[in-house]
Design a protein around this ligand. Structure first.
Ligand code: GLN
Length: 242
């Protein structure tokens, strides 16, 4: 079997709060199941053919890093759009998530987005910071993490969020109760943590979609996630969600 190819976009720049841990979690969960896997790091100056990608990951970045990355992201717009249109699996976190929309406006400056998702982000007053927990239909456990963003994201009408906020979680904009986006095989979210080590069901959801897209069995052998499940439960309980 051809190795599952996880493409990590701009790891040197977009890797806030240990977001690179998402790639480690995906790789390890493959290795534990003897699923051949490889990680391809694509730097800002590198060419990349997304036709060989099975999962693309874009991490978060501060506003400054987003300004630095915006041209390199824009240069891959057509390729990324066709990868997603072809049901490519993509996970984007925070700054990476904001790149999926039409634009991220910060006062007088603006970062153009990929326009893959009908959504807009505008920097608001103050930052939305804290531990976070949401309910999502892709996981039976609550999805837990940490958020810290100045941008407020609003999804277009009919665009499906990743989930609904629980407790004091801010989510996309602190107002409408939605968190992230889930469109086909694409997931965008504000949740750092990193997300996937803390939420193994989300990791397996992405792996299953990637295998399914390749026409392979998406029945994943169960792993012993007792430690992860307990950590998830503790955090959800601390946030007032049992
Ligand atoms: N710079 C963006 C914001 O503040 C994203 C931050 C992040 O990736 N944590 O909204």
């Amino acid at each position: 079997m051809k190795p599952l190819n996880i493409v990590h976009l701009f790891p040197e720049l977009l890797n806030l709060y240990g977001d690179g841990g998402n790639v480690i979690a995906l790789r390890r969960r493959c290795e534990w199941r003897d699923i051949p896997v490889q990680v391809t790091e694509v730097g800002m100056g590198d060419a990349m053919d997304f036709s060989h990608a099975d999962i693309v990951f874009i991490g978060g970045g501060a506003d400054r890093e987003q300004m630095i990355a915006k041209d390199a992201i824009a240069a891959r717009k057509a390729e990324l759009r066709s990868y997603v249109a072809d049901n490519g699996v993509l996970l984007a976190v925070c700054g990476g998530y904001q790149f999926l929309g039409h634009r991220y406006t910060m006062g007088d400056e603006s970062v153009g987005g990929l326009g893959i998702v009908d959504m807009e982000t505008v920097r608001g007053e103050g930052r939305l910071i804290g531990n976070a927990v949401i309910e999502s239909d892709i996981a039976s456990m609550p999805v837990v993490g940490f958020e810290n963003h100045g941008g407020r994201t609003t999804l277009g009408a009919g665009v499906k969020p990743l989930g609904r906020v629980l407790g004091a979680t801010h989510g996309n904009n602190g107002e409408d109760g939605f968190e992230g986006v889930h469109q086909g095989n694409l997931i965008g979210t504000y949740l750092h943590g990193p997300l996937l080590p803390k939420n193994p069901q989300v990791a397996d959801y992405l792996l299953a979609r990637a295998l399914e897209r390749r026409g392979e069995s998406c029945e994943l052998a169960p792993l012993d996630d007792a430690v992860e499940a307990e950590a998830n439960r503790v955090m959800a309980r601390r946030l007032g969600v049992s």
